[in-house]
Design a protein around this ligand. Structure first.
Ligand code: CU
Length: 526
């Protein structure tokens, strides 16, 4: 079975708890990766149900389904759940499964901390979700929880703050684990510049996480003391500054969007060479581009604040710095395209999602450059144009990357092939309904429809109806994904050792000759 590696044999004589305790106490990177991925999928469905409730309310003008206060709670919680519950844990799940195998390590460096990192997440998610049921309800007013609004809300906000603390701790521990594993546990011959791109992108992502998660923790802690202990960090009447919260929050928040996309870049950089049957074009430029994106992502945060009041010099700096990110991103898109160029391509589901990723993520990148232009941003600020932009980045970017990686590695993880026909159906339904949902939101935004409002003027009715139909189609299509995964786990054709014809036994991408180890069996690390 392809999923079983020789180093598992070393653990065969250990004491193994069974049943629920097996999952509670596991220190095995594959078990923990699996738990991360299932947790992420459950959160994806939870946040998805919230999105569908939002789209149901917006199906036609007038208030029908939820009251405005609950609508605000839904938009806020949808964002928090999808970011911290769905996308980030999914990538940590991929990291757990793949990084040790890709670098020839027996497991993650801190196997017990790895268990703890995961098991912090379910209680944090429960805490966050239970804020719906306390007086005042869940946080409302957006996932960015700006004061002064967030200072005035009910205790649901305190619960969200604690949930963010716990999830942040989980992320930081996960990142330390990933960094330590990659830097210390590579097999002989696996030099840094021979690591698979997925490992590189996660190494850089982990550094970003260690850099910015404590900053978020600081921001929400100040919010907590402003709310409960009489401090005035963000209270202008007490000598504080609410705009300072925005600066601190976005110093976390902008790198956060790269935290959610760099691992997807890594996945796509593994998938494209396999199905183009060529080595990755421009490997080292890919590494440097990833690092450049990460560094630049730390100096662009105030592009979220162009309308908050800023000197023109500041606006110009943040505008140009933001546009500069398009350069290394362009290098990546060029390299992926050049990898496919004259390759002997086939279009299995992982490749379809990877190509869909390149096409649609690039579109999201273009609308990002549009939003970066100060005069345009001032016009489209807080409209559906921004919603359309970041869903092109996060859904057809991050989520398509996750789907691509899931189909690519499912045979390795389960030992079975997934149903290719159904996989293709899943891709095309997802692709069509995604664009139906979000492309029209560009037009709504340009026409001036504001975000986070449960009702709208009549002229927006047609596009909203199209968007809501798209959203429900998109949501239903994801149940097909669940079915495909369950079917693959329960059986199906045995996955061959070399899963993808012409693919690598290792997830291994090199412009140069392979190192002296084949890594078919991981070498002993001393
Ligand atoms: Cu940003």
């Amino acid at each position: 079975m392809a999923a079983v590696h020789d180093h598992d044999v070393a653990h065969a004589h250990d004491h193994h708890p069974s049943g629920m305790m097996r999952w509670m106490m596991t220190t095995n990177h594959k078990d923990i990766g699996t738990m991360y991925l299932w947790f992420s999928f459950i959160m994806f469905l939870t946040g998805g149900v919230m999105a569908l409730t939002i789209r149901a309310e917006l199906f036609q003008p007038g208030l029908q389904i939820v009251n405005p206060e609950f609508f605000n709670q839904l938009t806020t919680m949808h964002g928090l759940i999808m970011i911290f519950g769905a996308i980030m844990p999914a990538f940590v799940g991929f990291a757990n499964w793949q990084i040790p195998m890709m670098i020839g390590a027996p497991d993650m460096a801190f196997a017990r901390m790895n268990n703890w990192s995961f098991w912090l997440l379910p209680p944090a998610a429960l805490l966050l979700l239970s804020s719906f049921f306390v007086p005042g309800g869940a946080p409302a007013g957006g996932w960015t929880i700006y004061p002064p609004l967030s200072v005035q809300m009910g205790m649901g906000m305190d619960m969200a703050i604690f949930a963010i603390h716990i999830m942040g701790a989980s992320s930081i521990m996960g990142s330390i684990n990933i960094i330590t594993t990659i830097l210390n546990m590579r097999a002989p011959g696996m030099t840094l510049m021979k690591m698979p791109m997925f490992v590189w992108t996660w190494l850089i992502t982990a550094y970003l996480l260690v850099l910015v998660m404590p900053v978020l923790a600081g921001a929400v802690t100040m919010l907590l003391t402003d709310r409960n202990f009489g401090t005035n960090f963000f209270n202008a009447a007490g000598g504080g500054d609410p705009v300072m919260f925005q600066h601190i929050f976005w110093f976390f928040g902008h790198p956060e969007v790269y935290i959610m996309i760099l691992p997807a870049f890594g996945i796509v950089s593994e998938v494209i060479p396999t199905f183009a049957r060529k080595p990755l074009f421009g490997y080292s430029s890919m590494v440097y581009a990833t690092a450049s994106i990460a560094i630049l992502s730390c100096i662009v945060w105030a592009h979220h604040m162009f309308t908050a009041g800023m000197p023109v010099t500041g606006q110009l700096f943040f505008m140009y710095a933001t546009m500069l990110i398009a350069v290394p991103t362009g290098v990546k898109v060029f390299n992926w395209t050049a990898t496919m160029w004259r390759g002997s391509m086939t279009f299995e589901t992982p490749m379809l999602f990877a190509i869909g990723f390149i096409f649609l993520f690039t579109l999201g990148g273009f609308s990002g450059v549009v939003c970066a232009i100060v005069p345009i941003d001032i016009q489209v600020q807080d409209t559906y144009y921004v919603i359309a932009h970041f869903h092109y980045v996060l859904v057809s970017g991050a989520l398509f990357g996750i789907f691509s990686g899931a189909y690519y590695w499912l045979p390795k993880w389960t030992g079975h092939m997934y149903d290719e026909t159904l996989g293709k159906w899943h891709f095309w339904l997802t692709m069509i309904f995604f664009n139906l949902t979000f492309f029209v939101q560009h037009f709504l935004g340009l026409a001036g429809m504001p975000r986070r409002i449960p009702d709208y003027a009549l002229q927006f009715a047609d596009f909203n109806m199209i968007s809501s139909i798209g959203a429900f189609g998109f949501g239903l299509s994801q149940l097909l994904f669940l079915y495909i995964v369950l079917k693959c786990i329960r059986g199906g054709a045995k996955a061959p050792a070399k899963t993808w014809e012409g693919g690598k036994t290792l997830e291994w991408t090199l412009p140069s000759p392979a190192p002296y180890h084949t890594f078919e069996t991981p070498p002993v690390v001393r």
